[in-house]
Design a protein around this ligand. Structure first.
Ligand SMILES: CC(C)(COP(=O)(O)OP(=O)(O)OC[C@H]1O[C@@H](n2cnc3c(N)ncnc32)[C@H](O)[C@@H]1OP(=O)(O)O)[C@@H](O)C(=O)NCCC(=O)NCCS
Length: 150
C-alpha cells in the first residue's frame, strides 16, 4: 500500500527526529533543530511526511514568503527498509507540486548517488559545486529545479 503524503502535525516531531537519526546518523538534526523547524511551520517551513501508520519518510522545504526567492529543499529521507519502493519519489512529487512557478534549490553530496539519481529524474540540474565542502573532501553539488513551461 502506498503511504499517504500529508503535512506534518505536532505529534510527528519525535518520530521525525528519530527517523532523521536513523537516516543521517552524525549529520542528523538535533531535537532542538527539529523543534525549530516545527516552530516555523506557520511561516516559511513545509514538512511533508509519508504516513503508513508510522512515518516512513519526510521532506523539509524552506519556502520564503517572497515568491521570487527560490525554495530550498533542506532534507528528504526515507526509512532504510522502505527505500526503492517509490516513497522518495512520492515525497518529491508532492513537494514540487507546492513549488509551482518557483525555483527549487538543493545541496547534495557528490557521492550520494541514490539522491542524485532521484533528483535528476525530477528534472533537477547541477548548477554549481563547492569543492571539498564536506568532511572527508566530498564535493557539495548544488542543483536547481524549475518548472518546465510548455
Ligand atoms: C534518496 C532517498 C530519499 C530516495 O528515496 P527512495 O524512497 O528510495 O526513492 P524511490 O524509491 O522513490 O526512488 C525513485 C528513483 O530514484 C532513483 N534511486 C533511488 N535510490 C536509488 C539507488 N540506491 N540507486 C540508484 N537510483 C536510485 C531511481 O531512479 C528510483 O527510481 P526506480 O526505483 O524506479 O529506479 C533515500 O535513498 C534516502 O533516504 N537516502 C538517505 C537520506 C539522503 O541521503 N537524503 C538526501 C540528502 S538530503
Amino acid at each position: 500500500m502506498r503511504p499517504a503524503i500529508r503535512p506534518a502535525a505536532a505529534t510527528d516531531l519525535d518520530p521525525l527526529a528519530a527517523l532523521d537519526q536513523v537516516c543521517f546518523g552524525d549529520s542528523a538534526w538535533s531535537a532542538e533543530s527539529w523543534a525549530g523547524e516545527f516552530a516555523r511551520l506557520d511561516t516559511d517551513r513545509v514538512v511533508l511526511v509519508a504516513d503508513e501508520g508510522a512515518v516512513a519518510g519526510y521532506v523539509v522545504l524552506l519556502v520564503p514568503a517572497v515568491t521570487e526567492d527560490p525554495v530550498d529543499l533542506l532534507r528528504i529521507a526515507v526509512a532504510p527498509a522502505e527505500r526503492r519502493t517509490g516513497i522518495g519519489g512520492q515525497l518529491m512529487a508532492a513537494a514540487l507540486q507546492r513549488c509551482a512557478g518557483r525555483q527549487v534549490l538543493l545541496e547534495v553530496a557528490s557521492g550520494n548517488e541514490s539522491a542524485r539519481v532521484l533528483y535528476r529524474g525530477f528534472g533537477f540540474e547541477e548548477i554549481s559545486r563547492r569543492r571539498g565542502y564536506y568532511a572527508g573532501g566530498e564535493d557539495a553539488v548544488i542543483m536547481r529545479w524549475q518548472e518546465k513551461v510548455s
